[in-house]
Design a protein around this ligand. Sequence first.
Ligand code: SF4
Length: 180
Amino acid sequence: MIKFNIASINTCTEAEGPYKRLCIWFQGCNIRCPGCCNPDYQAFEARHIMSLEDLIEVIKEAKTQFGIEGVTYSGGEPTCQQNLPLLTKEIKSLGLGVISFTGRMYEDVSEILEGCDVVLDGSFKEYLHETKRRLLGSKNQRIICLTERYKDCIDNWFADHNKVVEVSVGSKIIANGDKF
Ligand code: SF4
């Protein structure tokens, strides 16, 4: 059976990305950023073990009940869930968007993040505290648009356009608050 280790789920929030979203906080992270805002989600211990089928049912229900536009993966470290691409594929087949955090660099975990529309990458660094862009904790973290779905949201949701520097990496747009 395809399973996921879930710390928590919010079935409808407007605080974890553009529009109404279901947010999944996965359990388990070995990056150990000093100042992590979810230290209880770092341990690799079974919290709520859910099958892919049950997780998709919860997401379908949130779509029907709340009209969610998409799903956000947070953590814990989403890329520690080995079946993540299967979940992403099922969510996308429902017509929903997927935004994922990762404390790793996108280039190192691109395969497991396959299918995501936006990746917010990089470990949290307290000394680079982010004050301009929504959702991101530190200035080193990048907003990577892998599809067109949320491209306009870089300006109108994540940040004021004047505060964003855009650089192209292949066909992807990476928007940073500051140059590093
Ligand atoms: S990557 Fe995220 S969950 Fe993991 S230690 Fe860093 S801030 Fe915490």
